[in-house]
Design a protein around this ligand. Structure first.
Ligand SMILES: O=C(O)CCC(=O)C(=O)O
Ligand SMILES: [Fe+2]
Length: 307
């Protein structure tokens, strides 16, 4: 299996004014690098993100604690009862995560002695920075377009645990190939290998783990919003000989009633409009109603465009 070091994006290099001023940052070296990564891979790794390694370790240990708690405690902290999709072993879902009251409420239920860690608030700020930089890389005014189409996005933190017993074989899929439906996913995981992503040419690459960094990938909504300029790459998790693997994706998704429609600025003679306008909930229904074919979910956006 070919290995890949994802393109590295140094968040501390993004121009600070980018968050506040108009659209003149497309040629800034780090912004341009980000645009290239979104176009080629739809995946990149962020470093110098400002979240302390100690906090990351704490979040990981707290997640392990949560996973080992009795079922009744787990039920109490669940904020959202999603259907178990794919074949991951166990997942927790915390919806509306940048909400400070909710963070406190959940953390008090699980760790009454030990305050909350602000992890989701940090992730939420990081998300804003990355999304605005993506908008800048498309040559758009980050402030205006963020306010218009991204500010109302929802965030959901998942805690995923993949387990493997003696029946597992190396190379088995622990999470089937899929593209994320939302805008952006910020993923933190332990150092177990297993995440694979599909290149433009259709070849699978094993993503080499790197401590203290986050993997970011664009979802189908961002692909559609960018009028197909940026990728939403298929990815999957395969067993690589571990007993357990823990990952924490922070999903940024449009509100269910959001209408996804690429801005006119991204449509021209060379880039004709590729997708019809659609409501995010309608798109999600398309995804969930779609039967897996040969163990793979069809690229949901292409499916929708054909409707
Ligand atoms: O566990 C991982 O590394 C990836 C998780 C993922 O792709 C997902 O939950 O959508
Ligand atoms: Fe995913």
């Amino acid at each position: 299996m070919a290995e890949i070091d994802l393109p590295l994006i140094d968040v501390s290099q993004f121009p600070q004014e980018l968050e506040f001023e108009g659209a003149h940052f497309q040629n800034h070296p780090e912004v341009a690098k980000l645009g290239e990564a979104c176009k080629e891979w739809g995946f990149f790794r962020v470093v110098n993100h400002g979240i302390e390694p100690d906090l990351l370790q704490k979040v990981m240990s707290v997640s392990r604690d949560l996973l080992s708690m009795p079922a009744e405690v787990k039920e109490r902290v669940q904020t959202y009862n999603a259907v178990q999709t794919y074949n991951r072993s166990e997942s927790f879902y915390f919806l509306d995560m940048p909400n400070p009251d909710l963070i406190q409420q959940i953390s008090r239920k699980i760790w009454p002695e030990d305050g909350n860690s602000n992890f989701c608030l940090f992730l939420s700020d990081l998300q804003t920075k990355i999304t605005k930089s993506i908008l800048a890389s498309l040559g758009l005014d980050p402030r205006t377009f963020y306010q218009c189409d991204f500010e109302k996005c929802k965030a959901t933190l998942f805690i995923n645990k993949y387990s493997c017993d003696e029946k597992c074989r190396i190379g088995d899929e622990a999470l089937a190939s899929h593209a994320d439906p939302g805008c952006l996913t910020i993923l933190y995981n332990d150092e177990m290998e297993g995440l694979e992503i599909r290149s433009k040419q259709g070849e699978w690459f094993n993503v080499r783990p790197a401590p203290d960094s986050f993997i970011v990938n664009l979802g189908d909504s961002m692909k559609a919003w960018s009028n197909g300029r940026y990728r939403s790459a298929d990815h999957r998790v395969v067993y690589r000989g571990w007993m357990n693997r823990i990952s924490l994706p922070f999903f940024i998704t449009p509100p269910l009633d959001a209408q996804i429609w690429a801005p006119q600025e991204l449509v021209d003679e060379n880039n004709p409009r590729r997708y019809k306008s659609f409501m995010f909930s309608q798109f999600l229904n398309g995804v969930t109603n779609t039967e897996a074919i040969n163990g793979e979910l069809p690229n949901a956006i292409e499916f929708l465009a054909g409707m």
